[in-house]
Design a protein around this ligand. Sequence first.
Ligand code: NAD
Length: 244
Amino acid sequence: MSLSVLINGAKGRMGQALIKAAKELDLAVAAAIDQGDNPATVITRCDVIVDFSSPAATGPLLELAVAHRKAMVIGTTGHPAPSKAELLKLASRVPCVWAGNFSVGVNLLFALTRRATAALGTGYDIEVVEMHHRFKKDAPSGTAERLLEVILEERKLGADALRHGRRGITGERQPTEVGVHALRGGDVVGDHTVIFAGLGERVELSHKASDRAIFARGALRAAQWVSEQKPGVYDMQDVLGLKG
Ligand code: NAD
């Protein structure tokens, strides 16, 4: 029997892409719900809940998933750090894949960024630039946040190293800074570039998404994978076997 998914945020850009991808992949859509619908009335019909909606939806949905022992895939971004920490605790009680980006290419970018940060060392200044469509509500993107986490981990730096844009007399760039720049406009699905600038050379790692189907297919691949896992929080690197 094919896997049955509940799609939350179904009227949105990602929700629509998920409904289309589910058809392509022959997965059953148990329910496609949005703001104003009550997930409690449909949750028993599904194997996995897939949420691409708004940060406020994540807590109540996770509570429901825990109560009904349902696996979850969370793609929603923009949760403030303290509430995310609480949500992760709740998420660990069910099998849950939580990823800021479900594309295979971006997950490779995470792995390459880790290798490049380690290989190039502190003589190279790192700046992350992202661009998204004019409708995006949060900045920097969840993907940029993850890239920054990887860089900070490898460089052994804290969040105070981040410089979100620059303005005025900022002084010379310090080697311990990591720059972050969020561009917004038009219908850009999602571009991310990590720049490693040394004296005499520059390395740039870029990923450009042109179709949100990549996120939808990745999220449904994660739904299939997570339906067979023990409770715990996983990411797309786990799903794709890119760890280690
Ligand atoms: P969107 O604004 O087009 O759609 C969001 C939908 O969620 C809307 O239909 C809205 O009515 C609905 N919604 C809002 N609050 C809700 C609630 N409490 N309960 C149920 N539905 C609710 O946005 P989008 O471009 O589809 O993106 C949705 C989310 O997914 C964003 O957080 C975005 O950053 C994220 N996203 C993640 C990835 C990824 O790979 N992880 C990729 C693309 C987008």
